[in-house]
Design a protein around this ligand. Structure first.
Ligand code: AMP
Ligand code: TRP
Length: 334
């Protein structure tokens, strides 16, 4: 059965969008908007699964919208809105809490990482976070979900929930099983300080990540300090297997320069990492600085950003309500 393609993805408004978000997710958002209908959501209800300062949360939502626009999302092509403004997300999440299984949630590695050793003190919201993510996607019957590799397990859970709903309520094919769209080489950009950890907003050291709002000086310093290797750059991928930090820098260079990793190795082999670092600083600066400048400029016009959200919410809400009406009927809610 051929269904119309629809893209949905979400980004948490927790501040400091970085190169991992940009290469792993947001650049993909922009290219998809050229081919398909897309809905991009600032997931504020996900953000509050850990305590947020209200004023900061409001600012972070607007900053995430500014980052969407600065990377090239067009509110006339894509629907851009914040999750809490369409109440259907929370309503469907409750219904899906009743479909999803405790055993399924117990397998989620992100919960284990985020909750830390004392799980008893984590919020219930953090535990059922993946059910809300399934609701985000299924509320619009989205078919494709661009995300980084860290979200793969959550996407698989969304598919399981969709399938169980379709079985439980006897409506084969009602919810499409959403397909993850995970980029090949940059699905997991690693920390600049530790190549075994993903680049993340929450790592303490700002030297671990390149933020979209970093200055040229910040980028220069962070790449200079990035962990690399004392041997010269090898000529084959196999030799990089045990050097995750070096591989990460080469991968970022390959993605931004649009050269294959093999060709990058051809260009760089035998050279010192300082050579790669100075080239990388150059291309990162020309890619990221204009985005950061645009984010700062957009943040000066809050009414414009609020207006983008308002228009997006209106469009999203119409679709959400249409689908929810049918979902309520299927479940037997009057
Ligand atoms: P978050 O900021 O956690 O809401 O993530 C927003 C999007 O960026 C999701 O699709 C993530 O999978 C993606 N993402 C976050 N960190 C990375 C990373 N280090 N490498 C690649 N993609 C990432
Ligand atoms: N959990 C995702 C993250 O942390 C954000 C997210 C929430 C999302 N809802 C979504 C991503 C729906 C894709 C689709 O990155």
């Amino acid at each position: 059965m051929s269904k119309k393609k629809l893209v949905f993805s979400g980004v948490q408004p927790t501040g400091n969008l970085h190169l991992g978000n940009y290469l792993g997710a947001m650049k993909n958002f922009v290219s998809l908007q050229k081919e398909m209908e897309c809905i991009y959501c600032v997931v504020d209800l996900h953000a509050i699964t850990t305590l947020q300062k209200p004023e900061q949360l409001r600012n972070n939502v607007l900053e995430t919208v500014a980052s969407f626009l600065a990377t090239g999302l067009d509110p006339n092509k894509s629907i851009i809105f914040n999750q809490s403004s369409v109440s259907g997300h929370a309503e469907l999440a409750w219904i899906l809490n009743c479909v999803s299984r405790i055993g399924w949630l117990n397998r989620m590695t992100q919960f284990k990482d985020k909750a830390g050793p004392d799980k008893e003190t984590a919020s219930v919201g953090l535990y059922i976070y993946p059910n809300l993510m399934a609701a985000d996607i299924l509320l619009y019957k989205a078919t494709h979900v661009p995300v980084g590799a860290d979200q793969k397990q959550h996407l698989e859970l969304s598919r399981d929930i969709a399938q169980k709903f379709n079985n439980d309520f006897n409506c084969k094919d009602f919810f499409p099983l959403p397909e993850p769209l995970i980029p090949k080489n940059v699905s997991r950009i690693m920390s600049l300080r530790d190549g075994t950890k993903k680049m993340s907003k929450s790592e303490d050291s700002d030297y671990s990540r390149i933020n979209l709002k970093d200055s040229a000086d910040d980028i220069n310093k962070k790449i200079k300090k990035a962990k690399s290797d004392s041997d010269p750059i090898p000529d084959n991928l196999k030799s990089l297997e045990k050097k995750p930090e070096a591989l990460n820098l080469l991968n970022i260079y390959s993605e931004i320069s649009k050269m294959s990793l093999e060709n990058v190795l051809k260009e760089m082999s035998g050279k010192e990492y300082s050579f790669l670092k100075s080239k990388l600083t150059e291309i990162l600066t020309s890619e990221i600085i204009p985005v950061g400048k645009q984010i700062k400029k957009l943040l000066e016009d809050r009414p414009h950003l609020e207006n983008v959200l308002k228009k997006g919410r209106e469009k999203a809400n119409i679709r959400a309500e249409e689908n929810l009406k049918i979902i309520r009927e299927k479940v037997g809610l009057i």
